[in-house]
Design a protein. Structure first.
Length: 437
């Protein structure tokens, strides 16, 4: 089996190394040896250390490499939308099998890739696009294909999980924890894609598409990052027996008209310490799947890095190579359900709201009245002097309210009205609460 490798950076180099080190085992598993036909790179002269590969295999002509008749499988680890999309569509339409780790492309325009695969008759595998080495996507689209998945909740970005874990462990603020993550190599020089939730949103779209047999794109995902999470938020979560995680949540359910829909969102949320995801620390990933017959399932492991991602890539290479030798194709995209995506305002969730209010009689009743007007039920209220228990009695007080489940639009409208009350000095923070308390 002849491979065209597009990209030879952190992941691509690990793919080459593993192909070399495990060549005999891989050949035995597939039934034929794997050979690299060529490696497309941006710059030929770059120092790649002692990479075990013939320098003559490197080329800057990715499209020419893809079009070669002796290429069976195209492995793409370049990333980005273009030119990766054009390359992969070309390969798939030509009947070649494709293995990609490109979450951004799959979330932005996975439909083009799936349509091209159906047209050309090749396989499209992308296990490495979500949660690194964790075997997650294949179980969703194959092992659980006979079951009904109702909800997928996950920590799918290692950078943000490291930052939030550090804030929880040390009491540091966001900026300090981000600086530590950058120094340790967990955060990029420009961490926007991670801390603003773009990376997690792309992965949420892929997970929802597989879980609910519906094409879901990045534009369908409600996205919020962690830049507004404060040390005070983390401390408040601890006081409630919770921790804060950036969650991707994809759920199936009925809308107000009774139609079956899906809801897909990414945002920071408080979860109780008893929840399986609460103990996932450092830069690890974990995904909690709730299936109707199988029940709750947990997938956990390293979600990023060259070696873990390369492991997932090679797993896909073995699968598509076996299929080509056998003259068969894997199951095509399953999007038969075609469920509408429910807007964020209709998603059912809970809020944790921290208010700085005037410390005088009638304040609590006035605040409770706002919640009642929007048909939002209050679960718990905690009141204390402004600045916390150590502060002396003054003119202001802290009010922390946790709601029962309600539509997000009603909760958001409640917060907007609270901001306009004279007795509310400020809405210090608003966080969603997931996982039950």
């Amino acid at each position: 089996m002849r491979l065209a490798l597009l990209g030879c950076g952190t992941v691509g180099s690990e793919v080459v190394r593993l192909l070399h080190e495990q060549s005999a085992d891989l050949a035995a598993r597939i039934g034929a040896p794997l050979e690299i036909a060529g490696i497309a790179v941006r710059r030929l002269g770059r120092d790649r250390g002692d990479l075990p590969v013939d320098p003559a295999l490197f080329t800057t002509d990715a499209l020419g490499l893809i079009k070669r008749d002796d290429v069976d499988v195209v492995v793409e680890v370049v990333g980005g939308i273009e030119p990766a999309r054009s390359w992969l569509v070309e390969a798939l339409r030509a009947g070649k099998s494709v293995v990609t780790a490109n979450k951004a492309l799959l979330a932005e325009d996975g439909a083009s890739l799936h349509d091209a695969a159906a047209e050309g008759g090749g396989d499209l595998y992308y296990e490495a696009s979500v949660a690194g080495a964790i075997p997650l996507l294949r179980p969703l689209r194959e092992s659980l294909h006979g079951d009904r998945i109702n909800r997928v909740t996950g920590i799918v970005n290692g950078t943000t999980n490291f930052i939030l874990s550090a804030m929880d462990a040390t009491g540091a603020g966001f900026a300090e924890a981000l600086e530590e993550a950058t120094e340790l190599g967990y955060a990029e020089a420009d961490p926007t894609a991670d801390v603003e939730g773009f990376d997690a949103a792309a992965k949420a779209a892929i997970l929802a598409s597989l879980a609910f047999h519906t094409r879901v794109g990045a534009a369908d995902v409600h996205r919020e990052g962690i830049t507004e999470v404060t040390a005070a938020d983390v401390a408040s979560a601890k006081a409630m027996g919770c921790t804060i995680k950036l969650l991707c949540i994809a759920a199936r359910g009925a809308d107000a008209a009774g139609r079956e829909t899906v809801s897909v969102r990414v945002h920071p949320a408080m979860i109780p310490l008893a929840h399986p995801l609460a103990s996932v620390g450092d830069a690890f990933n974990a995904v909690f799947v709730e299936a109707e017959a199988a029940g709750p399932l947990m997938f956990y492991g390293r979600g990023a890095g060259g070696a873990p991602t390369a492991s997932a890539v090679l797993g896909d290479v073995v699968a598509v190579s076996r299929n080509r030798l056998a003259g068969v194709r894997s199951a095509s995209e399953s999007a038969y359900a075609d469920l509408p995506v429910r807007p964020m305002g209709e998603a059912l969730t809970r809020y944790h709201i921290s208010l700085d209010v005037a410390d005088r009689p009638g304040v609590l009743a006035a605040v409770a009245g706002v919640f009642a007007r929007h048909d939002v039920s209050i679960a718990t209220v905690r009141q204390g002097p402004a600045g916390g228990e150590a502060a002396g009695r003054g003119e202001d007080a802290d009010l922390v309210i946790v709601t029962h489940v309600a539509p997000d639009a009603a909760l958001a409208a409640t917060v907007r009205e609270l901001r306009g009350l004279d007795i509310v000095r400020s809405v210090a923070s608003v966080l969603r609460v997931e996982g039950g308390l």
